[in-house]
Write a protein that binds this ligand. Structure first.
Ligand code: SAM
Length: 260
């Protein structure tokens, strides 16, 4: 399938080699013994753009824009704020609480999904979809194995179910009203350059716009609302039928809502 190989750090133990072979079989990228070769040399020899790198406790993807790895990123601070009684714009837009179910159609590095999961708690359910198999794999592995954070953040990430699938293919398989909320955070039509945290995501991420058909399906699947994040002033809100949420007047991003 994709243009990538799977390898390990230099001098791997047998467990890392086994994991790299397993991932290569699962995703279809060729497994290559690292030896002492640099990433640039490996890319040249194998004619690939990306390397899925298996390390001791994590996976990453070496792309043309740097190394992409899983980290709770903004989820850490946002959950700290929520625990201290402050709000969170996404949670306000989704209007979720303990026990809520969310279909997050655009996982990316999973920060939003972790915050949703923190709020929904163990009685709720977050299913997060990601179209790109490499992003899905490193984030799924990270959500399961990342260990350097506080227990409530680790618990929240462990509960997120990651599925490598395009939202347009998954939505039609869902029953009517099967999630409280369906959420989309597509790659912005006009990238906000400042959000450099997602720069290594760019070469891998799916950049297709959402279609009206996907939004229609989302409205069938969601019980209460469909929410989309886009840059402020984006024509996508009107094109897809979203009403702008209150708040964030001075922010570069805005949430759009379709109330059902
Ligand atoms: C802006 S990022 C999402 C960031 C995420 N909300 C977070 O908190 O990290 C968009 C992600 O959605 C994925 N994506 C875009 N269109 C998709 C689709 N139709 N189905 C599934 N995933 C999609 C992209 O590959 C990318 O990883």
């Amino acid at each position: 399938m994709e243009n990538f190989i799977v390898t390990t750090v230099r001098n791997p133990n047998s467990e890392l080699v086994r994991l790299a072979e397993e991932i290569s079989l699962k995703l279809g990228g060729k497994f290559v013994v690292r030896e002492n070769l640099s990433f640039d040399v490996l890319k040249k020899i194998h004619g690939v753009e990306n390397i899925l790198l298996v390390k001791k406790n994590s996976l990453s993807v070496v792309t043309s824009d740097g190394e992409l790895f899983f980290h709770p990123n903004t989820a850490h601070l946002r959950i700290k704020n929520l625990r201290e009684g402050d709000g969170d714009r996404l949670i306000d837009a989704l209007k979720i609480s303990a026990g809520s179910t969310v279909l997050d159609c655009t996982l990316g590095l999973g920060s939003d999904a972790i915050v949703e999961s923190f709020i929904a708690g163990s009685s709720g359910k977050i299913i997060a979809l990601e179209k790109n198999p490499l992003i899905a794999e490193i984030v799924r592995h990270g959500m399961k194995n990342f260990s350097e954070d506080s227990p409530h953040i680790l618990d929240a990430m462990r509960r997120v179910e990651v599925i490598n699938v395009a939202a347009e293919n998954f939505l039609p398989t869902c029953a009517e009203n099967s999630f409280d909320v369906v959420y989309f955070d597509p790659m912005f039509r006009r990238p906000v350059k400042k959000s450099s945290g997602i720069n290594p995501l760019r070469p891998l991420a799916d950049k297709n716009p959402l279609s009206p058909e996907m939004i229609r399906e989302a409205c069938r699947v969601a019980k209460f609302r469909v929410v989309m994040k886009e840059h402020s002033g984006s024509p996508e809100f009107e094109r897809l039928g979203f009403k702008i949420a209150d708040g964030g007047k001075y922010s570069s991003v805005t949430f759009g809502i379709i109330e059902l």
